[in-house]
Structures are given as structure tokens and as C-alpha cells.
Design a binder for this molecule. Sequence first.
Ligand SMILES: Cc1cc2nc3c(=O)[nH]c(=O)nc-3n(C[C@H](O)[C@H](O)[C@H](O)COP(=O)(O)OP(=O)(O)OC[C@H]3O[C@@H](n4cnc5c(N)ncnc54)[C@H](O)[C@@H]3O)c2cc1C
Length: 469
Amino acid sequence: MTGGHDGIHASLRDAEPSVFWLDTSASPEPRDPISACTETDLLIVGGGFTGLWAALQAKERDPDRDVVLVEADTIAAHATGRNGGFCDASITHGLHNAVAHFPKEAKRLVELGRENFAAIETAIDRYSIDAAFDHSGGLSVAYEPWQLRELESGIALEREHGETVELLDRDAMQSLVHSPTYIGGVRTAEGVATLDPARLAWGLADVAESLGVRIFERTRIDSLEPMANAVVAETRRNRIRARKVVLGTNALSHLVGATRRRVVPVWDYVLVTEPLTEAQLASIGWRGREGIGDAANQFHYYRLTPDNRILWGGYDAIYFRGGDISDARFQRMETFDLLARHFFATFPQLDGLQFTHRWGGVIDTSSRFCVTFGTAHDRRVSYAVGYTGLGVAATRFGARVALDLVDDPTSDLLRLEFVRSRPFPFPPEPLRNVVIQMTRRAIANADNNEGRRGPWLRLLDAFGVGFDS
Ligand SMILES: Cc1cc2nc3c(=O)[nH]c(=O)nc-3n(C[C@H](O)[C@H](O)[C@H](O)COP(=O)(O)OP(=O)(O)OC[C@H]3O[C@@H](n4cnc5c(N)ncnc54)[C@H](O)[C@@H]3O)c2cc1C
């Protein structure tokens, strides 16, 4: 039985330390690094979703402006190519988070999220991007009575905000997806899709390039210096003089001081199985191919890939002291073992299934779990960071606001409290590590104690801050 210690190890034995989405013959050759100094109207730093959506929207707004996008590594090499591919309409890490932090604006933020989600679907169609976009809907599953109670109590709020949600009892839940652990759930019909994130990113890069964006990969910006009417971005050998700059750098570098205080790099880990046979698929149902997340604080997210593998990730969200983002953290066997154990507890009927891929990636966590914005150098530089694990769709909106910040001071979006206000900063190290580890332990304790939040989490709640993935 794979559930045993040896079986878990066996299931991971042949798993490659590589990212499923990036491990494909469709991977494009990286573009050349920058090889000479240049000038541009708009410099975009980061070739993840934030940077790519910024490049595309900048050209859609003004086809004549010159745009340069630089990426330190390769397009989609980080969170953008490593995620679960859940495309959720929420731009605020969920409705409940919007209501907790921006109660007066929650309705508007939900609308903006829906608009943004529709615009993503339209762009994929319009530019014929082969991103395996599947508007499948989502399932939140409960495996403990307290989780079901929480799901149930959230339904009214969701309906009030126009969400198409349906509460499922044990039988209804089991009829959709068969796991002995499920005792109920909630199905969300609209505004949740699954997609192939790397193909989306590569497609966006090609489209941006076809519209005239100059893209340089393997080109890191080391610093930004303000100059008269411009900002100069320094690479190791060259300089880019830009009238405006948009940063979509996640928590991977901090070219302006504010991002260092507002986001911390948190590692999230993922497994992918070999493709399921027809019989294995039939044993779990899942005909609707919904994206699934469980309702614990430390949650798993899982989905079918287009070739019928299961992608299974989450649960552990690890902050390493000092904000370590080195490649050495890309693999964490302790977490892979735990994820595999949970996988076979959820789907014991898949005993013997092998994992083929295992990887980790960095999430930019902010203390209120959603994107935060700001400007520097006399409003010539803007940034959008802090999506905290729900950025596949929100990055398009983040990019839109980051562009407005340098382009269009009259934009309505800039008046939103969501955009104007800033999350509580994280304290500097070594206190940062102490506080985050304490919070992680408190979250695990809450999950083991029927969701009851202890004094530390209640204190953080009172200040509207926390830690999540
Ligand atoms: C394992 C994992 C699973 C996730 N699952 C989901 C999910 O299912 N659904 C969801 O909505 N969200 C998910 N997320 C979050 C989502 O992937 C991110 O929010 C989103 O991709 C962020 O995009 P980004 O462009 O802001 O950051 P990134 O994709 O990290 O891109 C930032 C880029 O900037 C580049 N860069 C940084 N500094 C510099 C510099 N100085 N010079 C040049 N380039 C620089 C980096 O090399 C990097 O490529 C997940 C994240 C992870 C890690």
C-alpha cells in the first residue's frame, strides 16, 4: 500500500526535480541578453505575468511607444511558470480577504476581478494563445466538520456578491470527486479556470514582441538611478535610460526599498503524477475537471493537467531565514514526502501511481495577502508585488494599475483604497523570521484545533495582518 513509508518513497523515486510546465518540447529558445546601451519610453523589469501583461497592455494603449522588457532569467522561469495554473477571478486573494481588508470596496473589487478575468479570456482568444484555458469552475472541499461549517457560513456572503456557489453535502461532493476524506464542499461555477501558465506566458511574450516590445532575457537590472527626466537602469555591462519603469519583480529582487518591507519570499511546493489511465480516472470521477482546494488554513490545491496527470501542491508555505531564495531551496524532500502522504490519503484508490515532477517556487507574500502598489523616483517607477499565491489572474490587473501609476494619474483605479493603502510592513530580520515561524506554528495549531484561532492569530487579526500562501 503506497500509504506506508516505503510506498511514499517509491512513489517519488522517479520524480524529476523539474517543473512540469517548463519541461516540454514547447519551451522556446530564450531571447538574447541586452548587448548595448539603449533608451526607451517604458522599461518593464520582470518576464513573469506582471511584466508580460504590463508590456501587452502598454502597447495596446499606445502602439507607438517604445517598450523594453528585461528578464533576469528566462520568460516564466519563476512563479509564473511554476504555479498550479488556477486562474481565479479574485484580485484580492479571495472575497473574504477583500471584505476583511476593504469592506467598502469589496463589491467593486469583485466586479473589477470579473472584468479582468473576462479580459484574460478575451486576450487568449484574440491572440490565439494555446494556454489550455478551461473554465472548469472550482471546488472547496472539507474533510473536517469545522471546515464544512466555515464553508457553509461563507456562502451567504458569496451569494451577496453575486458568486454562483452551491453547498454540497457528503453525497453530492462524493458524486463529483471520489475521496474517502471528503465530507462536503462548495462548488463555484464561474470565475475559476485552469490553464497552462508557461504556455500563457510564452504566448504573451510572443504577442508583445509582435507588437514591437523589445524583450531581453538573461538580463538582470542591478540598480535604478534617477536622472533628469528619466531613470537609468544598470545591467552588468549596459545601461537603459527609461522615461518610465514598471517593476514586476515578485520578491526576487528589490530595486526600490518599499518592496523589501512589504513582501517576503515564501516557498510553495508542487508534485505532478504520471498520466492517469482511464480506469484510474474513473476511480476518482472528477469529470468536471474542477480546480480543487481544501478548506484548511494550510491547504492543498490540485487539478488535472490537460494530459490527465494530477498536479498536487501547497500545504507547507516555507519562509527560510533571511528570505533565502537560492536555487538550493527548489527541492525540499521533507515537503514532497508530506505532500505525497496527503495525496494517497486523499486518493487511496490511486495506490501505486508515480510522481514524475517535483519543484518549488517563490510566492511574494504580503501581510494582507494581496497585491500592493507604489511609486518611486518622482512617480517614474511603479511596482505591483505581493499577490501571495493567487496571482495568475490578478497580475493582469496589477500590471494595469502599475501602468496607470506612471501613465495616467487621473485613472479611477488610483483612487481605490486597495491601490492607495499599503499593507503593514514585515519587521526586519532577525525578528522577521521569529514572527513568521511563530505565525506558521499558530496556523498549524488552529488546523489541529478545529480551526480555533489562538491568542497570537487573534492579535494579528485585530491588526489586520497575517501570513498565508
Ligand atoms: C508553486 C506556486 C504555485 C502557485 N499557484 C498559483 C495558482 O495556482 N494560481 C494563482 O493564481 N497563483 C499561483 N501562484 C502565484 C502566481 O504564480 C504568482 O502570483 C504570479 O506568477 C506572479 O507573477 P509575477 O510576474 O509578479 O512574478 P514572477 O513570475 O516571479 O516574475 C518575476 C520575474 O522578475 C524577474 N526579475 C526579478 N528581479 C529582476 C531584476 N532585478 N532584473 C530583471 N528581472 C528580474 C524574475 O527573474 C522573474 O522571472 C503560485 C506560485 C507558486 C510559486
